[in-house]
Design a protein around this ligand. Structure first.
Ligand code: FAD
Ligand code: A2P
Length: 339
């Protein structure tokens, strides 16, 4: 089984590997454990806000690649940033990016924007010296022009998606502990719900659980279940990797997509992520009852729909929704990072 994992790592990392650097440090030939806590699930040393606005870290872009097909709604890029081992992070954390230049309105430097880290702590090349971001260009559709208005495009996302290898990126963080995986119990089930770039932290989780030879991956026996909502098949993100994980770990990894502009929900409307989760509501509720952790990441706008759906299901089951949710939060099983 481990041979399969390493083959997968090589294939997958090679796809993102910079031409000028070897794809791997020698560490890939041994156990991937040089960035682990002792024991590996001890979160007391998780780094938080090591680099701040006033003294940011300068990373270097290794590569920037468009990762969606021609019919995707918008452009999403996978950006690998070299930190030379000086900016460690854990899966589920974010980096801040300070775009170059000043704001038009007051001439002050642009403010920091947060981006969930899309790689595991070892980076796509397993050296522990890079991190990856999954960034969607923010554009502004002008109703009068009936076209995108370039004057109003998002500053930081466009800066990142336009970067070339070697470009310097001012960064802060790592930020946040809300989206960490608990890891202590290797039987923990993870239910990961994403829209669009909300996939980023889960790509890190999935690489950690199924692509690496770490102590965490070695003992993992739970089920990690990914729900991803995007507009259409061209907008799917990291599908090749998820298919590999599914093929190699059919008992431990599940994958469900909601393609809003290609599929319909049971009522004949758009297939949103909450509709897809609802199809499996009984299983989701019983997993949560059994201690599963559920994560939501991506569009802020999905949360009302998610909450309405969960409330409806809870009521049908005779549960008091507010009490049920309070229970999940108290047991730290409920993780939300939306923007
Ligand atoms: P901004 O310049 O901040 O502009 C914001 C929006 O306003 C844009 O849509 C822009 O087109 C519009 N706009 C600009 N000028 C005007 C105007 N005059 N009138 C009307 N509209 C205007 N994003 C990702 O892509 N990937 C991630 O993994 C990710 N993770 C995140 C994690 C967290 C915890 C948070 C809080 C956010 C995350 N984001 C992520 C969102 C990200 O931080 C930025 O908010 C996003 O990239 C937009 O920033 P920007 O600088 O490109 O746009
Ligand atoms: P749609 O764009 O068809 O309305 P994005 O492409 O903007 O990152 O969005 C990712 C996915 O989330 C798309 O399929 C989008 O559908 C969907 N989406 C948009 N609004 C909501 C919402 N309120 N609840 C759930 N999903 C949503």
């Amino acid at each position: 089984m481990k041979t399969a994992i390493l083959t997968l790592c090589v294939a997958s990392a090679a796809a993102f590997a910079p031409a000028s650097k070897p794809a791997f440090s020698t560490a890939v030939n041994g156990k991937q454990d040089f960035l682990e806590a002792e024991p590996y699930y001890d979160q007391s040393t998780v780094p938080v806000n090591v680099y701040k606005n006033k003294a940011p870290f300068t990373g270097k872009v290794v590569s920037t690649k468009r990762i969606v097909g021609p019919k995707a709604t918008g452009e999403t890029c996978h950006i690998i940033i070299d930190h030379d081992g000086d900016f460690p992070y854990w899966e589920g954390q974010s980096w801040g990016v300070i775009p170059p230049g000043n704001r038009e309105k007051d001439g002050k430097p642009h403010s920091v924007r947060l981006y969930s880290i899309a790689s595991s702590r070892y980076g796509d090349d397993m050296t522990g010296k890079t991190g990856s971001l999954c960034v969607r260009r923010a554009t502004y559709w002008c109703p009068e022009l009936k076209a995108d208005d370039p004057a109003k495009k998002g500053i930081c996302s466009n800066f990142l998606c336009d970067t070339k290898p070697g470009a310097e990126v001012k960064m802060t963080g790592p930020a946040g502990k809300v989206m960490l995986m608990p890891e202590e119990d290797p039987n923990t089930d993870y239910i990961m719900v994403a829209t669009g770039t909300g996939i980023a932290p889960y790509r890190g989780f999935i690489r950690r659980l199924f692509f690496e030879d770490t102590p965490a991956a070695g003992v993992y026996k739970g089920e990690a279940w990914l729900f991803l909502g995007v507009a259409n098949s061209d907008a799917l993100l990291y599908d090749d990797e998820f298919q590999e994980a599914k093929k190699n770990y059919p008992d431990n990894f599940r994958l469900d997509y909601a393609l809003s502009r290609e599929q319909n929900n049971a009522k004949g409307g758009k297939m949103y992520i909450q509709d897809k989760v609802e199809e499996y509501a009984d299983e989701v509720f019983s997993k949560l009852e059994g201690g599963a952790h559920i994560y939501f990441c991506g569009l802020k706008g999905m949360m009302p729909g998610i909450q309405d759906m969960l409330k409806g299901v809870a009521e049908k089951k005779g549960l008091d929704y507010n009490e049920w949710l309070k229970g999940l939060k108290a047991k730290k099983q409920w993780h939300v990072e939306v923007y």
